[in-house]
Design a binder for this molecule. Structure first.
Ligand code: 6GU
Length: 239
C-alpha cells in the first residue's frame, strides 16, 4: 500500500515511520510513504503557501494554487491516482469501518491542513473525501494522517505478524465490542490470580469466556457500542 502525504511539516512523520511495525512493513515492501513538502509548490521565492483571508479575520489561509498543483502532480505520478483524503475537523468521523474501507485502497493521498484552513476552491476543484479523527480541534492534520496510516495499516495483510490480532481488536469483532481481558505470567501477582479457565487448555470454554468478558467490558465501559439501543444484552454466542 502506498501513502502520499502532503504537508508543511514532513519532519513530524520521521520518528513515527521508524517505529518497528511500520519500519518492517516498509522493509518488506508492503508499505511505502512518500512525503511531499507543500512549500515545494509555492509560487514565490519565500516559499510561502498561505495568505490573509479575503473579508478579514484572524489567521492565514492556505492558498489554492500550491495545493491543487501539488496534488495533481502526485496523482499523475505512479500507477493510479489513488483515493484522495483531506484531513479536516469538518470531515466524516473516522471509525473502524471507515478504516477498513480505506484499507482496501492500494494508494491513499492524504492532505494535511494547518492554520485556519484551505481556500474553499481546494475542496471545489479536488473534491477530496474529508475525514476527521474526532470532535476536537488539532493544530494540523499531521497527527490525524498518522492515525489514519496507523489504523489502516493494521488491516493490510502481512503487516502484523499474526492476522488474527487485528480481527480480535476492539470494534473489529462481529458485534463491534471491546476486546476481552488478556493475561500473561505471573499466574498470581499481589494476590490477583489469572482466571482459572485460561489455564485449562479447553479452547471452547476459553472462547466462550472471552466472548462473555468482551460483552461485560463493553457494557461497563462503552454501553453505546452495544447493538441493542435499549441496552438489553444479546445472549452471548458460542462458536
Ligand atoms: Cl483531521 N484536523 C484538524 N486540524 N483537527 C482535527 C482533525 C483533523 N480531526 C479532528 N480534529
Amino acid at each position: 500500500m502506498r501513502f502520499d502525504v502532503v504537508t508543511l511539516f514532513p519532519g513530524i512523520f520521521s520518528g513515527y515511520l521508524q517505529q518497528s511495525i511500520l519500519n518492517k512493513a516498509i522493509q518488506r515492501g508492503i508499505l511505502s510513504v512518500h512525503l511531499h513538502d507543500l512549500r515545494n509548490w509555492s509560487h514565490d521565492k519565500h516559499r510561502s503557501v498561505d495568505d490573509r483571508p479575503y473579508g478579514g479575520g484572524p489567521g492565514m489561509v492556505i492558498r489554492v494554487e500550491p495545493v491543487v498543483e501539488c496534488v495533481e502532480e502526485i496523482q499523475a505520478s505512479g500507477e493510479e491516482p489513488g483515493r484522495l483524503v483531506l484531513l479536516s475537523p469538518q470531515g466524516k468521523r473516522l471509525d473502524q469501518s471507515l478504516t477498513a474501507d480505506l484499507s482496501t485502497a492500494s494508494r491513499l493521498v492524504l492532505i494535511c491542513g494547518r492554520y485556519e484552513g484551505f481556500d474553499q476552491r481546494v475542496l471545489d476543484i479536488l473534491e477530496p473525501e474529508e475525514i476527521s479523527i474526532g470532535d476536537y480541534v488539532l493544530n494540523g492534520g499531521e497527527v490525524a494522517a498518522m492515525v489514519i496510516i496507523d489504523s489502516v495499516l493494521r488491516l493490510v495483510p502481512g503487516v502484523l505478524g499474526d492476522e488474527r490480532s487485528s480481527q480480535e481488536d476492539s470494534f473489529s469483532q462481529q458485534h463491534g465490542m471491546l476486546e476481552f481481558s488478556q493475561y500473561t505470567r505471573p499466574r498470581v501477582y499481589r494476590g490477583r490470580e489469572v482466571p482459572e479457565i485460561l489455564l485449562t487448555g479447553d479452547h471452547q470454554a476459553i472462547a466462550r469466556w472471552r466472548q462473555e468478558d468482551s460483552y461485560r467490558r463493553t457494557r461497563t465501559k462503552r454501553q453505546d457500542l452495544l447493538p441493542d439501543p435499549r441496552r438489553r444484552p444479546p445472549p452471548p454466542e458460542t462458536t
